[in-house]
Design a protein. Sequence first.
Length: 215
Amino acid sequence: MSPIYAASEDPADTEKAKIDDGLIVRWYMDAICYGRYPIDVLSYLGKDEPAVNAGDMSVISEPIDFIGVNYYTRNFASTGNPWDVSSTGNQVTDMGWEVYPDGLCELLCRLHADYNVCKLMVTENGAAFKDEVIDGFVNDLERQSYIQNHIAATLDARRLGVPVDGYFVWSLLDNFEWASGYEKRFGIIHVDYETLERTPKASSLWLTKYLTGAI
C-alpha cells in the first residue's frame, strides 16, 4: 500500500488519484474491515466487477489479529504524462522508486484513522541499490539511511497513537525479485549468486547495533 497523490490540480488527476487509492488501499481494507467493496471502485470496474456470492464478505471480514503493511514509496496519479519520479529532487532507488519515508507515517496514520484496526505491522520495507563487494565489504549507506529513516517514520506513527507493533526489513538476503529476477538487490546481506557466499552489508551491521541498543 502507499499514499496516492494527484499529479496536478486537474480534476481528472484528482479523480484518478481517488480511484487508484481505491484499487490499492480501500479495495482490500474496506472488504476486510467493513465487509464491502468501495462503491466508486465497483462503478469504475463496470463489467469487470467481481462476482460476490452469499457469505463471501462475512468470511472476508472475519476478525483479524493485525494488518500487515508493505510500503516502499508513494505514488502519483495522472491522466496525462506519467509522473516524473525525479521531479521532487528526492533520492531514487535502483527500482526507480522515490525515497519518501514520510509516506509510511502518513499511510499508517490514515489506516488507523479510517479503519481503527487493533494492530498494524510494517511487514515489508526496503530498497534496492546497486551493491558492490569491495575488499569483502558492501558499504550500502544508501540502504542503511533508507531503513533508518523508515524506522523513524514508523516510530513517529507510534508517537501519534498508531498501534504499530512491528517492522520487518525486506529483505534479509538478496534474492529472486519477481519480474526483476536477480538483477535488483534488496538484501541487507549480499549473496554471490555463483558461489552463494553471503556477506553482511553495512546496513545489516547498523541494524544489528540498533536492535541491540549499541547505538
